[in-house]
Ligand binder design. Sequence first.
Ligand code: PA5
Ligand code: NI
Length: 187
Amino acid sequence: MKSVIYQPPYMNWASGALRGAPLICKTTHLGDLPSVFANDIAWRQSDPRQPVYRVEMFESPSGEGYLYTGVTHLHPGLIGDEYFMTRGHFHARREQGEIYFGLCGEGLLLLQDEQGKARLEQVSTGSVHIIPGFTAHRLINTGSGVLSALAVWPSLAGHDYAALAQGFALRVVEQGGQVQAKEVQNG
Ligand code: PA5
Ligand code: NI
């Protein structure tokens, strides 16, 4: 009899490594992140070829009802006193939410609503982050190792980076060896 049991794709929960299905992979380097870090002089002095984060996701059809499943691997590092982070975005389809799951490493998820009100959630192994619609999101690595987080989101959600060209209302910096969140004017 022909088997009807198929092997699904697979993720290593400890490392976030994906396998078993075609992947889309994208690495973002420091040079791809102009105007993202507060200290522009420090950013200009950094190596533009240095990888900041890599996203690996399973290929998926796009359109109503389909989901993307992807892992972000965010390196540790600082630009000036500011921790390495993702660019951050609203979804182009604002009402669409997303779920993040902490896999390894230590960091923060910065969330911001359309009124500019920001909050932070601690990201660690096993943490679950329910990001409602109309909420911008950015990962920040405050640890010494790679921060990896799994995300699942509707494939039609899209990304709107332009809406946050002014930056978020909070920046997360290292001060005296401590993680500090600072409110930004005109964030
Ligand atoms: O869908 C998401 O929110 C993530 O997969 C992000 O796209 C990923 O973390 C990279 O961040 P950004 O798209 O802000 O560069
Ligand atoms: Ni998103």
